[in-house]
Design a binder for this molecule. Sequence first.
Ligand code: KG4
Ligand code: ZN
Length: 340
Amino acid sequence: MIILGIETSCDETGIALYDRKNKKIIFEALYSQADQHSLYGGVVPELAARDHVNRLLPLLKRKISSNKFKLKDIDAIAYTKGPGLRGPLMVGTAFSKALAFSLDIPTFPIHHMEAHLIMAKFDAPKLTYPFISLLVSGGHSLLAKVKSPGNYQIIGESIDDAVGEAFDKTAKLLGLKYPGGPEIERVSKQGNLTQLIFPRPMLKSKNLNFSFSGLKTAVLYEVRRQQEADSLDQQKVADIALAFQDAAIECLVEKSIKAMYQEECNQLVLSGGVAANLSLRNSFKNKLTESQSIFYPDMSHCTDNGVMIAFAGAEKLHFQNEGHKIEVNPRWSLEALNER
Ligand code: KG4
Ligand code: ZN
């Protein structure tokens, strides 16, 4: 079965063609709108939706012709139904349904976060159930126990901002580009861990929840303090970025390890955009014991992409073919999938 994956939940237009039988990506293409949104310091949903409209067809046309593939070779279309931004989701959904209608093939609605989570399995077939998943993106920060395919229990989550959002807001405060995560990671390499130590909200709380808004506020006060003293130079920006990253990572690592002990699970899966952060990966590697293992997707498949949607479709992580109804689910809990 050849599955076309369509991802448009936020500001990346992602497409991919995946051969389920041979477990092979036939092609993948990604168009990032980051530069456009960078002007506004974050994603503007209306602009994102409009740009998906402009990008989807040319992206698919180019890939199909350069790979000598015909549209009629596609057996099914997997598309992101949610969670995400309503307008962008509607574009991908309408595009997928229209194309499927013209080809007379089924569509598979995919849960964006489930697709992120399952991508670790793409690169690590050895990964077995159950495992703990740390899902960290621009919209989510959660810890889930994955008991079997499609069976999720959320055991911890952020009570306020998602960690990716905190990276993005901190970068904005420091005058860095959007998306902020890669920028914070880049500039923090020049930083020194000086006396500046930011709070680790909820680090010692008994539960597995996170909180990142206090950390972001602490950065805001520090930035203001430096601005008032006229000392927010390049080195200070790097020091603040590093101190922020250090605090955020410690919260994620400590709570994930706590979850592994609490649930008696030796495998941890790291996914979502923030999983691309090398300091986070290294921090886990340093903290995990020999009997514990960590899995994460290839760097190129951590942030939003079409492959994860096509792969989730191939793993049959979808609801019944919904026919031609165009319906999205911008706020869709991972646990709602257990009712399938
Ligand atoms: O999964 P994703 O591409 O989109 C959502 O589903 O939200 O995640 C995007 C988030 C952004 O907040 C971005 O700043 C963050 O992931 N991110 C990173 C890194 N690369 C992307 N955060 C920290 N370090 C990175 N290297
Ligand atoms: Zn995502």
